[in-house]
Design a protein around this ligand. Structure first.
Ligand code: ZN
Ligand code: MN
Length: 257
């Protein structure tokens, strides 16, 4: 029998057996989005998938295929849609993809789901997708589904952030393609990081509102929103340890052992 935490690597009887035994399905949400000149387009796919894989090993869960496309990139959190390579879905398409995936798995017996989001802009459309899935399942008479939805970067200790940002953590929104994501990539896929291309620039300074369409000079040219200099695999390891430990603890609290 194949034993993999990745759902797609199992045969259907193996999947069915694990789901009937109560396995939690972890669904990572990614994006195909520019991450500056030094990182690949699939950062938001690699990071939540890696977190989900480790968590699944701890709890005996299954990782469903990661959504490779996400909701549209915004200038103040992801650089914006105008970068070549940033390839996104309309919110409705994205929500409906989540709805369809969870509904089908629910119809096949899965009852416990955890959505692990890896792309800032996916947050609210994923709430919608989950809500629609549960509504569809209720219409089919299935009322015992329990789901959790989270952003993996929220699972980090204050002390870890203080160690990484001695001058104070500026917040997750501007962390796009910056120190945190670059360090995690150096830990997980150093082969995809080109340190020589990290922009020599500090944090972007956006007003607290959006302008549509973005006026000249509004977008960050490099696609990097904060300072990525100083990124290293060790920082990536600290973050990964926190993410996996704290998400595992939250799942154990909500779903039991
Ligand atoms: Zn990202
Ligand atoms: Mn993103």
């Amino acid at each position: 029998m194949v034993d993999s935490v990745f759902m797609a690597e199992l045969s259907w009887p193996e999947w069915q057996t694990k789901v009937e035994a109560g396995a939690i399905i972890l669904l990572p949400l990614g994006a195909t989005e520019q991450h500056g000149p030094h990182l690949p387009l699939n950062v938001d796919v690699i990071l939540p998938t890696a977190v989900a894989e480790s968590v699944a090993r701890h709890i005996g869960g299954l990782v469903a295929p990661t959504l490779q496309y996400g909701y549209k990139s915004m200038p103040r959190t992801g650089g914006g849609q105008s970068f070549p390579g940033t390839t996104s879905l309309d919110a409705q398409t994205f929500s409906h993809t989540i709805r369809d995936v969870i509904r089908d798995m629910g119809l096949h017996g899965a009852r416990r789901f955890v959505i692990i989001n890896g792309h800032f802009e996916n947050a609210w459309p994923s709430v919608e997708g989950l809500d629609l899935a549960l509504r569809d399942l209720r219409a089919e008479g299935i009322r015992d589904v329990k789901a959790m939805r989270l952003e993996y970067w929220d699972f980090v200790q204050r002390e870890t952030l203080d160690r990484i940002f001695p001058g104070g953590f500026p917040g997750t929104e501007l962390e796009h393609a910056s120190l945190i994501e670059t360090s995690l990539m150096l830990r997980l896929r150093p082969d995809l990081v080109d340190l020589s291309k990290i922009p020599q620039e500090s944090r972007a300074n956006f007003p607290p509102y959006d302008i549509v369409p973005p006026p000249p000079g509004y977008l960050r040219k490099s696609g990097v929103l904060a300072d990525a200099r100083g990124s290293c695999a060790e920082i990536g390891q600290w973050l990964l340890d926190d993410h996996v430990t704290m998400i595992t603890a939250a799942l154990t609290k909500e779903f039991g052992r």
